[in-house]
Design a protein around this ligand. Structure first.
Ligand SMILES: [Fe+2]
Length: 124
């Protein structure tokens, strides 16, 4: 009996760990199409009073699908680890967004969640 309970708990822990794992491309020269299509494409535009962070999903012309079965659920922007913007999408929405940020750190991180393949991150 207790063995079964322990096994169930272990599976739950593994599933939670997988859901929260953040993927990113380690080497752009050897990145796979799978990695490229999930990674946020981030453009930073300098404004008079801050920066505009323009985000779409997919690099090098490889776009992520947006269908009922497989789609980007959200994009979130972090400034030095602090959340400063987010946008949510349904299967019928194009997963693009712009965020106005008063940058306070040296690092902006942009994350996107694919409903099948988890969280993907790019830093600028
Ligand atoms: Fe995906």
């Amino acid at each position: 009996m207790s063995d079964t309970v322990e096994f169930d708990n272990a599976v739950t822990e593994i599933n939670e760990g997988t859901a929260q794992e953040v993927h990113s491309i380690a080497d752009f020269d050897t990145a796979t199409d799978f990695e490229l299509k999930h990674t946020p494409n981030v453009e930073v535009i300098e404004g008079a009073d801050g920066q505009i962070i323009k985000v779409s999903i997919g690099l090098k012309g490889i776009s992520h699908p947006q269908t009922e079965e497989h789609y980007i659920e959200w994009i979130r922007v972090f400034d030095g680890g602090e959340p400063v913007g987010s946008a949510e999408f349904g299967p019928a929405d194009e997963p693009v967004a712009s965020f106005e940020v008063q940058r306070s750190s040296s690092q902006i991180a942009v994350q996107a969640l694919c409903n099948l393949h988890g969280i993907w991150e790019a830093r600028v």
